[in-house]
Design a protein around this ligand. Structure first.
Ligand code: PMP
Length: 435
């Protein structure tokens, strides 16, 4: 017998009554989702949507191998990392192998926020220094420390005035619409950074760390100008600080050609933070660093996370990596991502509303502008466009300080057919909005 359908509007009211409203939902009248399959979401009426936004569900929704891994591990054993079991060893060895040399030591936690928080603590304890450099318009998480290094005004309108003393914000290295533009703009951002570092030194402040995404994810997937990270890392290290690469969004094969975002910039960080993709939706996060950094932290006492590194988490993490390998998802991200980016660029030639197309692999962004020369953000049009695309069976959302950049980061199993469906619908809606 079919069970009665709950009215989605009523369920939404109940959600607002019991769930803190600050935890927003997409869309004015969101579809009530009931199931997922690969890169599709299906609502309670059987309407299917192409999911262009779910970068957590990297290997796709409803993957039977993950369901089976979770089921079998739950019925066998789930406990914490103070106990000795092989899943933990297999997972940390695998992550250490994936990380660039000389990063060889892994901490397991449950989210990106936790990973960032821990990375900052590692940097403070290793260096004994007092200040962290973070780029504007970034988002790194919600805990006191991860929020402190986050300055995206879309997430917090007062972000720029309310950072604590230990955070020093530097210019956002956005070579498309930032302070300095063009592929050769790294040098000019680095000159500004030299000024910042001198000012900190004059104030007797010392650099513990620099944290940034290696591709500017929160701004919509903007590639950093060539040589930017190498220049920053050199300067930070010359002052005894550590370099943290937040790979929570852009790392873990999403860029297609590269497994890690830092490869695109030709640098090796001191600390990597990962989460999201590694659990495909199961809460998993990790910090990968050098042994000596981890050892210095250990001097201050033990570190423990009740569920971080549980047999269940490790089994799921290993299964995600197995699926990525067996289904060749990094290559798929490269091939389908290239096709999609090309299609987006062609739409950019047809419609003035498209100011820029960013990113690589399956981490792409489309900046919508009302004036191309001035790069005026088309925030209202971006919101309208997302609502219109929903009616055409596509889920996509805007990001960035002005919420005018479509953030395209689907599961890595996205097919060419679904990419084409998205491009066709986007072309239609851009046409309507341009009329
Ligand atoms: N770092 C980056 C770059 C992120 O995008 C996010 C989440 N959007 C986080 C950290 C925090 O991750 P989580 O939501 O798993 O705490």
């Amino acid at each position: 017998t079919a069970r009665p359908l709950a009215d989605p509007a009523v369920v939404l009211q109940r959600r607002d009554a019991s769930f803190a409203r600050v935890q927003e939902h997409y869309y004015v009248a969101p579809p009530q989702i009931e199931r997922g399959w690969k890169h599709h979401l299906i609502d309670i009426y059987g309407q299917s949507y192409v999911d262009m936004v779910n970068n957590v569900t990297t290997v796709g929704h409803g993957h039977p191998r993950i369901a089976e891994a979770a089921r079998s591990q739950w019925s066998l054993l789930n406990t914490n990392s103070r106990f000795h079991y092989e899943e933990l060893v297999r997972f940390t060895e695998r992550l250490a192998e994936l990380a660039p040399d000389p990063l060889d030591t892994v901490f397991l936690v449950n989210s990106g926020t936790e990973a960032v928080d821990l990375a900052l603590r590692l940097a403070f304890s290793y260096t004994g220094h007092d200040t962290v450099l973070s780029v504007r318009e970034a988002y790194h998480g919600w805990s006191m420390a991860a929020d402190a290094v986050s300055s995206s005004v879309a997430d917090n309108p007062r972000a720029l005035d309310t950072r604590p003393d230990w955070v020093h914000l530097i210019e956002a290295p956005n070579a498309v619409r930032g302070k300095y533009r063009g592929p050769h703009s790294a040098r000019r951002y680095l000159v500004d950074l030299d000024g910042d570092l001198q000012a900190l030194e004059d104030d007797e402040r010392t650099v513990a760390a620099f944290i940034a995404e290696p591709v500017f994810g929160n701004a919509g997937g903007v590639l950093l100008p060539d040589g930017y990270l190498a220049g920053v890392y050199d300067r930070v290290r010359a002052r005894g600080g550590l370099c943290i690469a937040d790979e929570v969004q852009v790392g873990y094969a999403r860029l297609g050609r590269y497994f890690w975002g830092t490869e695109q910039q030709n640098v090796v960080p001191d600390i990597i933070t990962i989460a999201k993709a590694m659990g495909n939706g199961h809460p998993l996060g990790a910090v990968i660093t050098r042994r000596e950094v981890a050892e210095r932290f250990a001097d201050a006492g033990p570190f423990f996370s009740s569920a971080g590194g549980s047999p269940l988490s490790c089994r799921i993490g290993l299964t995600v990596l197995d699926i990525m390998r067996d289904e060749d998802l990094q290559s798929n991200a490269e091939i389908v991502g290239r096709h999609l980016k090309h299609g987006l660029e062609r739409l950019g030639e047809r419609f003035d509303l498209v100011g820029a197309v960013y990113g690589m692999g399956l981490y792409l962004g489309v900046e919508l502008v009302s004036d191309r020369a001035k790069f005026t953000p088309a925030t209202v049009a971006a919101a309208r466009l997302c609502e219109e695309l929903l009616l055409r069976g596509i889920i996509v959302q805007p990001t960035g300080d002005f919420k005018n950049v479509l953030k395209i980061k689907p599961p890595l199993c996205l097919s060419v057919a679904s990419a084409d469906h998205f491009l066709h619908a986007l072309g239609e809606v851009l046409g309507e909005l341009s009329d």
